[in-house]
Design a protein around this ligand. Sequence first.
Ligand code: BGP
Length: 473
Amino acid sequence: MSFPTNFLWGGATAANQCEGAWDVDGKGPSISDHSRAGSRTASGRRVFDLEIDTDQYYYPSHTAIDFYHHYKEDIALFAEMGYKTYRMSVNWTRIFPNGDEDTPNEAGLKFYDDVFDECLKYGIEPLVTISHFELPFHLGKTYDGFLDKRVIDFYERYATTLFTRYQHKVKYWLTFNEINFGTLPHGLRINGLFNREYTETEQYQALHNVFLASARAVIAGHNINPDFKIGCMLAYITMYPKTCKPADVLKTQQMNDKLNFFCGDVQVKGKYPYYMKQYFKDHGIDFEITEEDKALLKAGTVDYYTFSYYMSTCIAADIDNREDKSGGNLFGGVANEYLETSDWGWQIDPIGLRFTLNQLYSRYEVPLMVVENGLGAFDELNDDHTIDDDYRIDYFRQHIIEMQKALDDGVELIGYTPWGCIDLISAGTGEMSKRYGFIYVDRDDEGNGTLARYPKKSFYWYKKVIESNGTEL
Ligand code: BGP
């Protein structure tokens, strides 16, 4: 079987990692604008630090690749590749600079009108993430983010503003990027928890409020335009038992439930799963879930499920999987001897994508979309401005073959938007040199460079893939 004729081939970015222009046209600071590429760790990797008590804003995200002023050129290149869809995010702080204003910033709204018009001019369907690591800094600093229920109202107002304004331009929406990331200690900032230490109860209370915000947005969106397709988005890190020891298998199931399935279960099935209720009991986690909340979660379930897929990991019963990160990822886990890793230690596992697509479809039976997948690598710019990224082509080829097989398995997969389709700032490290794109951007980790865009070898390869609807790989 080949890819369906209306398959949504495209690419993905996020505002905070590409737009730059952090304070232009009335934009306020987001949590990303308070982040900077930090010091290098012992392994040579950078970590992304959050600076709370300073007015100093840092490269990279405040300038990034200046998509704000290059969007026409960039979208023209996406169109040249034949994109059917472009996944992007709206920067909350362009629309509500502090997050708690009564009225939106017209200049911010106008910018996205222009971006969407540019996409539609080429027949590219925008796929919009409403919140992708761009929480207004003020909401974190003053309210402790989603820990405060008023922030649910602010989010709903923001989402409703977008739905109303763009109802004739955008059909596909995602409420929160990688919502499950907010359950990890280093992910708390995305929900605005960064002023102090927070108890586990508070962390789950904040996440609960994010679920409620998402559900309210789904309901509001469908009221404004019943044709809207509103989805969830999770970071999915496929987990295998390290060995066939039953204890390893059981541990894998437990970690998988908590880290991969939990948020999707709430957003697709509309209720908390039994294993989390038990986890809360066992750990003395006690926050209020009212009858009204339960009804809201039920009424605000998503239309489709999307996820990022970069790697798999292995879980063992007798070690602290969260501490051991030899599997190369943020969820923890140990190395898989059968897999190779990227330059950043992420385990490359195309077959794991087929496995995951089947796992998710059998659980949810809603349309699926892979909205992030890709290889962060060091690219070399040749003298003639070409880039021979055969390793990236190889990575995508293998993943697309497995998606094809998942379609053959009967999975309803409706789209594929590789991550960082144009080089941008890494969310995890703040580096520019961790490049994912089909398009090279002349800019380095220190912010030097002309910002010129150069198609890589993979650009022409992906164009052919889309043209042939996935048959020429
Ligand atoms: C996901 C995020 C993206 C993106 C990607 C790659 O977690 O949704 O924003 O950045 O991962 O990660 P990194 O940039 O750390 O390589």
